[in-house]
Ligand binder design. Sequence first.
Ligand SMILES: Nc1ncnc2c1ncn2[C@@H]1O[C@H](COP(=O)(O)OP(=O)(O)OP(=O)(O)O)[C@@H](O)[C@H]1O
Ligand SMILES: [Mg+2]
Length: 248
Amino acid sequence: MGGSVLTNKRGWREKADLKRIEGLCSAVARAWRKSGRDWVIVHGAGSFGHPLVVKYGIGDGVQSYGQKLGFAITHEACSELSVFVTGALNTAGVPAVSIPPAMVIMSKNKRISSFNTKIIDDYMESGYIPVLFGDMVPDAALGGSVCSGDQIIAYLGKKADRIVLATNVDGVLDDKGKVIPQITNSNFDEMSRHLKAPEGKDVTGAMEGKIRELLELDTPSYVVNGLAPERVEALMLGEKAVCTEIRK
Ligand SMILES: Nc1ncnc2c1ncn2[C@@H]1O[C@H](COP(=O)(O)OP(=O)(O)OP(=O)(O)O)[C@@H](O)[C@H]1O
Ligand SMILES: [Mg+2]
């Protein structure tokens, strides 16, 4: 669930969009029930993360006292957003439990170097839906760094059958605003000229960051508009919907 769906990324204010969160979480709940599959949910940080990373200057390391305070404040804000998501999922009948990445991931130079996934497996085996999110994590080289939801998805997605990414656009768009149906390593270079910086603040590469993470995987992934929750539901059920498919 992209932070661009859950919050208003153009503003500095930490404002959750409860209507959108509810809409997306109800669709995910329906698909979870119908699919009879296990799902892991990962959400982005939107305006609860990106602007704070810029404000405290913690995008390239955490060393000073002020940066450590920024780490703590940003982590708390991301966890706060997660409470809205798990809350909406619980209300829709999904036993979702938040697992803060700051407690289970360690990075080195901004890339995940260790990940205690056992806790995720244990929860899943007991019938819960784990919810992770873009967060600040300890970093062996930099003191602390941003770990995007996209990176977490790429890590966990290696074992998945399918990845569905809900964001605030219909898919990856070309320069005329048309959805590109499929991206693979063979057409990535050609289509990468369509990728541009998003509106508002973003510290994890927006759409380009997403695609770069996903192109490494054998698992197919689908970038879909989370503002049209029925499309997310369809893709979770293996049905067709407007989206961009990304595969190796
Ligand atoms: N060619 C493109 N097609 C679609 N979106 C693009 C393209 N180039 C850049 N973007 C930007 O990427 C954004 C989506 O990525 P972004 O990281 O903002 O969303 P998100 O991952 O849902 O949010 P968050 O990072 O907070 O979780 C779009 O809103 C758009 O501004
Ligand atoms: Mg993003």
